[in-house]
Design a protein around this ligand. Structure first.
Ligand code: F6R
Length: 352
């Protein structure tokens, strides 16, 4: 089925596979979009607080990861209503919400702004765009019409491009390098890449009927989380993700003790660092110990010249695999009716 383009199209009715193919173009377009900002907000900033939920929060995580590796200003990502106590005067709040209508993101940005923080919004519009403009902040608009999770390239690189205009990031040629890397990878992963040579189709096949347990160490922690959330929203399956090294200190015990796990689950170990490094050693230890425990872990190799490229590599394999799994399960990957329903029901629950 996975090599039958017509069969894939029949399930993937809103063409999530086509949208995935556009990720390298998103990276290029979004960087230029962010870099066009002429900022109104004024530093110096002592801290950057990203506020975002769900698919948009993955864009925030990616931007925070890049800043954490080569930026001078400390940053944190909040998924929820409340900014930390330190967020106020001297803080730049980067509110990332594809729709611009996510209540937690808005509430967090508004609370920090009341305490004196300045706001940069990355959004396709909604209340976030109008509120930020009214309150003297900056808005970078990303193109509308996608599922938020499918706009990861836009959200990540519009954010980074805008932060560069504020002197908070230096991107150099990295966005172009990431885009070119993803373009080369796409040739293997896209629907016309046959299953026999397509790691995403093979991974989807291996996950079919099992609960994936995804492990990412160091920077790849972000990719592990993204993979799990894409599995939740595209094929609508449960998935567990574990950050390494933390998972080595607790859940590893369960793999050794519980033989029923081996049939019901598929451990997926992401690997992106060379063996002589602490993180590289952790990645190899995960594979070796899971094998010793009797599981059959799947190795997802993340290649690329920089951490950002490697994380995007793992994300691209995971994104495609999640959509192929949706096709195997006969579930249209694009709609997320349960999330829409939740957002509507919240209005009732708020009334108490
Ligand atoms: C839908 C998706 C969701 C949303 C989340 C927040 O594709 O990925 O996780 O991202 O409900 O909404 P936004 O991104 O509009 O702030």
């Amino acid at each position: 089925m996975l090599d039958d383009a017509a069969a894939l199209r029949q399930v993937d009715r809103a063409d999530m596979l086509g949208v995935l193919g556009g990720l390298p173009a998103q990276v290029r377009e979004a960087t230029a979009n962010g870099q066009r900002l002429r900022p109104r907000v004024r530093g110096p900033f002592r801290g950057i607080l990203f506020t975002a939920m769900g698919g948009s929060a993955m864009g925030a995580d990616m931007a925070a990861l890049r800043l954490g590796q080569a930026g001078d200003v400390p940053c944190a990502v909040v998924r929820g209503y409340d900014p930390p106590a330190w967020a106020g005067r001297g803080t730049l709040v980067v509110a990332v919400s594809y729709s611009g209508n996510t209540e937690e993101t808005l509430a967090c940005a508004q609370a920090a702004q009341r305490r004196g923080a300045q706001v940069l919004a990355i959004t396709s519009g909604g209340e976030l765009a109008s509120w930020t403009e009214q309150h003297g902040g900056d808005v970078v608009r990303v193109p509308a019409g996608l599922q938020p999770r499918a706009g990861l390239g836009h959200l990540t690189f519009a954010t980074l491009g805008a932060l560069e205009t504020m002197g908070l990031a230096q991107l150099g040629k990295e966005p172009e390098a990431v885009a070119a890397h993803l373009e080369r990878l796409r040739a293997q992963l896209e629907p016309k890449g046959p299953e026999a040579a397509n790691p995403a189709k093979q991974l989807a096949r291996a996950m079919h009927g099992r609960i994936p347990f995804v492990y990412g160490a160091g920077a790849l922690e972000v990719a592990a989380r993204r993979f799990a959330t894409q599995l939740n929203e595209n094929p609508k399956v449960l998935c567990h993700w574990g950050p390494v090294p933390e998972a080595h200190h607790n859940e590893l015990s369960a793999w050794f003790a519980d033989p029923t796990l081996r049939e019901a689950t598929l451990p997926v170990v992401m690997q992106g660092e060379p063996p002589g490094t602490p993180v590289g050693a952790r990645e190899r230890a995960s594979m070796a110990l899971l094998q010793e425990a009797g599981a059959r872990p799947w190795l997802l190799e993340a290649k690329g010249d920089t951490a950002l490229a490697r994380v995007f590599h793992a994300i691209y394999v995971g994104d495609y695999a999640s959509v192929y799994l949706a096709c195997l399960l006969g579930r249209d990957p694009t709609p997320v009716e349960a999330i829409q329903k939740l957002k509507q029901r919240m209005a009732e629950f708020r009334k108490g």
